[in-house]
Design a protein around this ligand. Structure first.
Ligand code: IPD
Length: 274
């Protein structure tokens, strides 16, 4: 597997660079925007083009592998299924709202799972020229430099990254705002970078101590999750139980103690499973 993993990793970096070029070219141009589940759930022609390009490049090399992509899933409406086969999981642009509004935190995110476990993760922010990489058991890196999470153990001294998310369901928005209220009261402050993948990478580099979100999907967090974990962060379901890759929620924290404190102040919103 090690040998195969090296090959997957080389290809992952290659396709991330290509995806990044397409995203960079489109960033300052006018965008063709469409909406998905609601008026705040955006997709652009660039999201779709990047996903098609990347899938076709990987499929050429690994025709029998499985693929999960944000935009293909939106187009086909197929139920997500994670199997034991090698699976390439892609969010062509994580942070589409940022992309549309020319905010530079936009990521190409790519994770590979084998036996339903993530073995490599690449998150590339082409506008900021930041390439985050990880392979299971081998640490996490930003442009080649090794990353370490902050080690913060006390919520009172922590910065917690959280998001409003893309659901506009009144009940969900209300619960999220209540959670944000509690996090602000309990911590040094909150931040939102507008991309789950970027948020996880920031935790990995100790720029912020934790990240929690309800309502994301496997393509938003699979790669960033490995990067954060390989940098020493703990990853779990916000309730404190083991992460469910289809469970649509994630808590990443620099330490177990910080994770437990965050978990205990939150209302755990059930977003349904993918
Ligand atoms: C979004 C980002 C954002 C999160 C949303 C996601 P997308 O992903 O990860 O941080 O709050 O819930 O939908 O749609 O830009 O790939």
């Amino acid at each position: 597997l090690d040998h195969q993993l090296k090959e997957y990793y080389t290809l992952a970096l290659e396709v991330a660079e290509k995806a990044g070029e397409v995203i960079r070219d489109a960033f300052n141009k006018e965008k063709m925007i469409d909406t998905k589940s609601c008026a705040a759930d955006l997709v652009t022609v660039t999201d779709q083009a990047v996903e098609k390009l990347v899938f076709s490049l990987i499929r050429e090399k690994y025709p029998t592998h499985k693929f999960i992509g944000e935009e293909t899933t939106a187009e086909t409406g197929e139920k997500l299924e994670l199997t034991d086969h090698p699976t390439w999981i892609i969010d062509p642009i994580d942070g589409t709202t940022n992309f549309v509004h020319r905010i530079p935190e936009v990521c190409f995110s790519l994770g590979v799972t084998v036996n339903k476990e993530v073995v490599l993760g690449v998150v590339y922010l082409p506008i900021l020229n930041q390439m985050y990489t990880s392979q299971r058991g081998q640490g996490a890196f930003l442009n080649g430099e090794k990353l370490t999470a902050s080690g913060q153990t006390d919520l009172k001294q922590a910065v917690v990254i959280c998001e409003g998310g893309s659901s506009r369901d009144a009940d969900i928005v209300e619960k999220k705002i209540a959670n944000i209220h509690r996090l602000v009261s309990a911590s040094h402050g909150i931040r939102s970078y507008g991309s789950a993948a970027a948020n996880l990478c920031r935790v990995a580099q100790g720029a912020g101590d934790a990240y929690v979100e309800y309502g994301i999907h496997i393509w938003d967090f699979i790669a960033g999750m490995l990067i954060a974990r390989e940098a020493g962060a703990v990853i779990m379901d916000p309730s404190g139980s083991a992460i469910d890759l289809m469970g649509r929620r994630v808590l990443a924290a620099s330490t177990q103690s910080l994770a437990s404190q965050i978990s205990s102040v939150l209302t755990h919103i059930d977003m349904g499973r993918d």
